[in-house]
Design a protein around this ligand. Structure first.
Ligand code: ADP
Ligand code: MG
Length: 286
């Protein structure tokens, strides 16, 4: 069953002078089993959107369906706790998520909260730490003493320890160094490919969208401007440029080479492939 949004609106500060509609008539049909990117300018409603997926925020109007739960504005939905175990959300700011005294307790909190015995929860926490590349030495440290990148890894591990079907990550690589970013993106790819998790990633990084995601949702002023495949989105640079988004380096390079008379297929998606296509054409023109 896909994830669907039907005419979802979200108003912050309803019935106050600060009334603000952060989502306006959002309609979406997100297939399970894929890695989908959610992009858009700051303030376009990305974080508000993803917090609906595990019912942290509820729609002010409209309805959404996530797995087998339908959440409709103004109605109470039963079983939201179980939904929160099946849809793991990693916040944009990890500090919001970390509150236990130690890293171990923090990561084991989720499974324990869902009835897993302490020893087994700790075991799951240690496995999740390994997955995200956190050193075991950090087990007894306070999460608040860690670096920004480590905090983010703890927050991600806390979600993975619950083994959710859907993993939602709000700007998960902010604060990570380039190597850490690659490791994290590779982990999300593995969770999708090997463990068949549905992965939704909010990001500003077009290189990540291009390399790791299958589909892309573009948010604009609280609405969905576009939902398409990454292949279509970066077919050439024109579609993303029309939305004031700079295409990934490889696409810019492909555009320049095409303008210079080279024939480069859409299937060329790495620098190595591009180099060999160019080499072939340079040789044949001798
Ligand atoms: P994004 O993640 O794309 O940057 P957000 O979903 O965080 O966007 O925010 C969308 C809009 O809603 C912004 O204008 C923001 O200021 C506003 N907003 C976000 N959170 C709150 C809140 N808790 N109370 C009031 N307004 C908010
Ligand atoms: Mg945000």
């Amino acid at each position: 069953m896909p994830i669907t949004f039907e005419h979802v609106e979200h108003v912050y500060g309803a019935d106050t002078p600060f009334h603000y509609a952060a989502l306006v008539d959002v309609n979406l049909n997100i297939p399970l089993g894929k890695v989908t990117a959610i992009i858009g300018q700051t303030g376009s409603g990305k974080s508000t959107l993803v917090q609906h997926l595990n019912a942290l925020l509820l729609p002010s109007q409209g309805k959404l369906t996530v797995l087998d739960k339908t959440i409709e504005a103004g109605k109470t939905t039963k079983g939201l706790k179980s939904l929160r175990g099946r849809v793991g959300l990693v916040f944009q700011f990890p500090e919001y998520q970390l509150f236990e005294e130690t890293v171990l307790k923090d990561i084991a909190f989720g499974p324990k909260n869902f009835g897993v015995k302490e020893e087994e929860a700790n075991q799951k926490a240690i496995e999740a730490m390994k997955l995200v590349g956190l050193d075991r030495e950090l087990l007894e440290r306070s999460p608040l003493e860690l670096s920004g990148g480590q905090k983010r890894r703890v927050a991600i591990a806390g979600i993975l320890a619950m083994n959710p079907e859907v993993i939602v990550l709000d700007e998960p690589t902010a604060g990570l160094d380039p190597q850490g970013t690659i490791e994290m993106m590779e982990l999300f790819r593995k969770l999708n490919k090997t463990y068949h998790k549905t992965v939704l990633i909010v990001t500003h990084d077009m290189e990540q969208v291009f390399r790791y995601c299958a589909d892309v949702i573009v948010m604009e002023k609280g609405s969905v401007r576009l939902h398409t495949s990454v292949k279509e989105f970066f077919h050439d640079g024109s579609l993303c440029r029309s939305m004031h988004i700079l295409p990934p380096a490889l696409i810019q390079f492909r555009e320049q080479l095409t303008a210079a008379g080279y024939v480069i297929d859409d299937s060329v998606v790495t620098m190595d492939e591009l180099a060999s296509v160019i080499a072939g054409q340079v040789k044949s023109h001798g």
